[in-house]
Design a protein around this ligand. Structure first.
Ligand code: MSP
Length: 519
């Protein structure tokens, strides 16, 4: 049986439209699922929406409607957005789905029966934006660090999960599995949270009295309460693959890869492993943590209202170009800046000048000097052998970078092959060689080498730029879907058959002019 791969995005709150932050996490997950599928693995990608909690109730009240209506409207918006942008998820989960309620209630009961949940009074400062009580570290000048608003004073009797009982086990597990949380800086952050000095506290409030919040999953052991959102939300990762007894669960759960932003490290790095340990479920394979997209040096978030819509980017530049920018520009784990001039500069340098240029020059010359079909190559000389070796090296590098969650390095490497092939073409100058009787015999080999390098480039790009990759392959006369062969076989040099009819086509990525106001 083939290896399994299970990738998840966070489930998105249903109070904001999809923006660059959601899009980045989703695109990384989509890229990974596509890449692993191409490696011949059995893949499952989960995304969805996080629909319970005070925030949705607040929005529903403001609009004079029901939380169900608000949740459905936004869930559809997210789902339609991902569909329109070609994200290949396997399930879109909503925390209001009936199977999710059953799983959450069964887990609550299990943890309660094990004596890990207690009932007591609590008083503290609560941030509606974060949906939780804050600690001193979460605040700056009396305001929530993330939401820049004052928390409310609240006192309530509630149910608490005694997660602190699992802290020493968790710290030891993280120490023993150094790449469980990656990149490394986030592992260190979680270890710091688990240390006593962090003031995190070992109790996680998991309930809300219905009299104040009745929009949630009822506690199976006390119908006066609903479940507090993080406990409910995290469990989506289990529901999504059929916890506890469907066969998908056995297959996929041990292969789980969570992709999250750094702002939700604590729930995923601390609460979640403790919850899993309490129910005797294994940990996911990795917790992969990315940084923030900044705009004008502030993070882009719905609370601050400065949004960049993926649909607007699609209309203006094409989603593939935006997707390329996101994956190429951000060093996974670190923060990055977004601006349209930066996006345009990337499109022009990498996609129009480098990749687009190689495609159009290769196919134009194949049309002119080889009757529009992939030519039959003659013997390789040193220059061709260098391109073949570069392609093999790049394929190995891409594999290593993708598996280690370095999409930016993988793309850099692929563009290196394109660059090298462009330089090879410059040196071979088939447009001159074709007219020179001493060199004309070299032209079919030169063009074959460029076509073959482009084919391998397209295969390697397919998880990153699926449409562009298909387009390049079909212009090379290759129409069958990639899934039919494995990545390893597809990147072997020399697979491209001579005689295939090629198509010149319009520019893949036309150069974009920098808008006047940005100059
Ligand atoms: N509902 C929770 C997640 C529950 S998962 C069990 C949530 N939702 S969210 O809609 O607020 O955010 C979802 C994701 O978007 C998070 O990974 C967050 O880090 C990411 N981003 C939000 N703004 C972002 C940027 N400006 N940049 C990069 N990612 C950011 O949190």
């Amino acid at each position: 049986m083939s290896e399994a791969f299970y990738v998840t995005t966070p489930i998105y709150y249903v109070n904001a439209e999809p923006h660059i932050g959601h899009t980045y996490t989703t695109v990384v997950a989509d890229m990974l699922a596509r890449y692993h599928r191409l490696r011949g693995e059995q893949c499952f990608m989960l995304t969805g929406t996080d629909e319970h909690g005070d925030k949705i109730l607040e929005v529903a009240r403001e609009r004079g409607t029901t939380p169900e209506a608000v949740a459905t409207e936004y869930a559809q918006l997210f789902q339609q957005t991902w569909d329109q942008l070609g994200i290949q998820y396997d399930r879109f989960i909503r925390t209001t789905d009936p199977d999710h309620r059953v799983v959450v209630q069964s887990i609550l009961q299990k943890v309660y029966d094990a004596g890990e949940i207690e009932f007591k009074e609590y008083e503290g400062l609560y941030c509606v934006g974060c949906e939780r009580f804050l600690t001193d570290r979460d605040m700056v000048d009396g305001l929530c660090r993330d939401h820049e608003r004052a928390p409310e004073n609240r006192s309530e009797s509630n149910y608490f999960f005694k997660m602190g009982d699992h802290f020493s086990w968790l710290a030891e597990t993280i120490e023993n599995n150094p790449d469980f949380i990656r990149p490394e800086r986030y592992r260190n952050e979680v270890l710091a949270m688990l240390s006593e000095e962090s003031g995190l506290g070992g109790e996680l409030c998991i309930s809300r009295p219905k009299e104040r919040l009745d929009w949630g999953i009822e506690l199976p052991f006390d119908d006066r309460y609903v479940c507090y959102v993080w406990f409910d939300a995290l469990i989506n990762y289990l529901t999504g693959v059929g916890y506890p007894d469907q066969s998908e669960f056995e297959t996929f759960w041990p292969a789980a890869e969570h992709i999250i932003g750094k702002d939700i490290l604590k729930p995923h790095g601390v609460f979640w492993p403790c919850m899993l340990h309490a129910i005797g479920a294994p940990l996911p394979r990795h917790l992969n943590v990315h940084g923030f997209w900044n705009l004008d040096n502030r993070k882009v978030s719905k609370s601050l209202g400065n949004l960049i819509s993926p649909i607007a980017m699609d209309e203006r530049y094409g989603f593939e170009a935006f997707r390329y920018f996101l994956l190429r520009e951000m060093v996974f784990g670190q923060d990055s800046s977004f601006s349209e001039p930066l996006l345009i500069a990337r499109i022009n340098a990498d996609l129009a000048n480098n990749l687009g240029n190689l495609v159009s020059r290769t196919l134009n010359m194949t049309n002119r000097f080889a009757d529009g079909v992939v030519p039959t190559p003659g013997a390789q000389e040193e220059a061709e052998a260098v391109i073949e070796k570069t392609a093999a090296r790049v394929a190995a590098e891409v594999d290593e970078h993708v598996l280690s969650l370095r999409p930016q390095r993988a793309l850099e490497s692929i563009m290196g092959l394109v660059d090298e092939t462009n330089r090879y073409l410059e040196r071979r100058e088939p447009w001159k060689a074709a007219k020179d009787p001493d060199r004309a015999g070299q032209v079919p080999t030169t063009l074959y080498t460029c076509c073959e390098s482009l084919r391998i480039t397209a295969v390697l790009l397919s998880a990153f730029l699926p449409k562009t990759s298909q387009e390049i392959l079909s212009r090379l006369g290759l129409d069958s879907p990639l899934e039919e062969a494995s990545l390893h076989d597809l990147t072997r040099w020399g697979l491209l058959q001579s005689g295939l009819p090629t198509v010149k086509g319009p520019p893949l990525f036309p150069r974009v002019d920098v808008p006047e106001e940005s100059k």
